[in-house]
Write a protein that binds this ligand. Structure first.
Ligand code: NAP
Length: 330
């Protein structure tokens, strides 16, 4: 089978396509023919080895598993001994997390892993993109921000995978969402469902005079110190990007009038992720959410996919199609 891999940390060019033996599913495992896989910010950290703490997850000197990729969608192709939850031909999607291996024509996953059935009508690319953005945005908004009807939510980085999903999910949860992005993405973010948009190149989104119940820093480019000014009493600053400051502020702000929260959604248990996959699949099938997709590229163009990811300004998700026999988008 063909895979995209990086044998060492480095720029996009270290990612290459190679051939590997077809993996066999062991007891309780499934082999999935991957028809779409996202190339996201975490994959960029995997390939580059930056920031440094990424190496704690992926390998200190070089990637432990050179075949990158977590988020996949495809068809069950083989079932290991004792695996009963899925059958050959089932449409599935999910995430392998730090185990990787999804940037390949086939990936082997545990049937009790972060994997769920994919309803008809949700495309392979959309399913992979859901794992890239919404699987992060949902727990942040629901568990970190307790977002509900009537709440005011500011999403920083609203054009990205996580931020774009947060705009859609925030609206679905009943909140009034304000999206922050650069000029080129204003209309896109409005179309995702943001009630208001703020051009971050023109104004400081934390100093507009507006106050929010939740500031979700999906891009992780702001700070609690800055966001505090834009929070109501009892408001929460959520960030996707760890720093020593926010780790400390998460502790110290517990007693204050506003709180700082950092979460690591990828580290949640598979048992916690599975119901979220089901919920997001149902929302996508019902047309409530529709992930934004910047680009769909064949896996041979993996280095180009990483170049787009590395810009830090993609619009939604970048998706690669590992299987030449993808058989169309749906
Ligand atoms: N903690 C977790 O559990 C977790 C899980 C998943 C991802 N993450 C992290 O979340 C971050 C976002 O991921 P993503 O997939 O959404 O990335 P992405 O798709 O690359 O989106 C990033 C967005 O940030 C915006 N941006 C760039 N520079 C900015 C700045 N200086 N100020 C404000 N916004 C800026 C860009 O929009 P404009 O060009 O319009 O400004 C872009 O759309 C990544 O750092 C990723 O590693 C964390």
């Amino acid at each position: 089978m063909r895979v995209a891999l990086a044998e060492r940390y480095g720029p996009p060019e270290v990612a290459a396509v190679a051939t590997r033996p077809l993996p066999e599913p062991g007891p309780g495992e499934l082999r999935v023919r991957v028809l779409a896989a996202s190339v996201g910010a975490a994959d960029g950290a995997w390939r580059s080895g930056r920031p440094w703490f990424a190496r704690l997850a992926f390998g200190l000197r070089r990637p432990r598993n050179p075949v990158m990729g977590s988020d996949f969608a495809g068809l069950v192709d083989a079932v290991g001994p004792g695996a009963t939850r899925f059958a050959i031909g089932d449409r599935v999607f999910g995430a392998t997390g730090a185990a990787g291996g999804a940037h390949a024509e086939f990936v082997v996953v545990g049937e009790n892993g972060a994997i769920a059935r994919l309803p008809q009508g949700v495309s392979w690319s959309d399913a992979a993109a859901l794992c890239d953005g919404a699987m992060t945005a949902l727990p942040f908004l629901r568990d970190g921000g307790h977002v509900g009807p009537g709440m005011r939510v500011l999403v920083n980085g609203a054009a990205g995978s996580v931020g774009g999903a947060a705009v859609q999910l925030g609206r679905h949860l009943g909140a009034e969402v304000t999206g922050v992005c650069s000029t080129a993405h204003l209309e896109h973010v409005r179309a995702l469902g943001a009630r208001h948009v703020v051009d971050r190149t023109q104004v400081d989104p934390m100093r507009t005079g507006e106050r929010y119940d939740v500031v979700f820093d999906a891009a992780g480019k702001s700070t609690y110190r800055r966001a505090r000014r834009a929070l109501v009493d009892g408001g929460v600053y959520l960030t996707t990007v760890p720093s020593w400051a926010v780790m400390l502020q998460q502790l110290t702000s517990r007693l204050g009038r506003t709180r700082a929260v950092i979460m690591f959604t990828g580290l949640r248990s598979d048992d916690a992720k599975r119901p979220d996959l089901d919920e997001l699949a149902a929302l996508a099938a019902a047309g409530v959410i529709r992930p934004a997709i910047d680009r769909v590229l064949p896996i041979d163009r993996i280095a180009e996919a990483y170049e787009i990811v590395d810009t830090g300004h993609k619009r939604g998700s970048v998706v690669v199609t590992p299987s030449a026999e993808a058989g169309g988008e749906r």
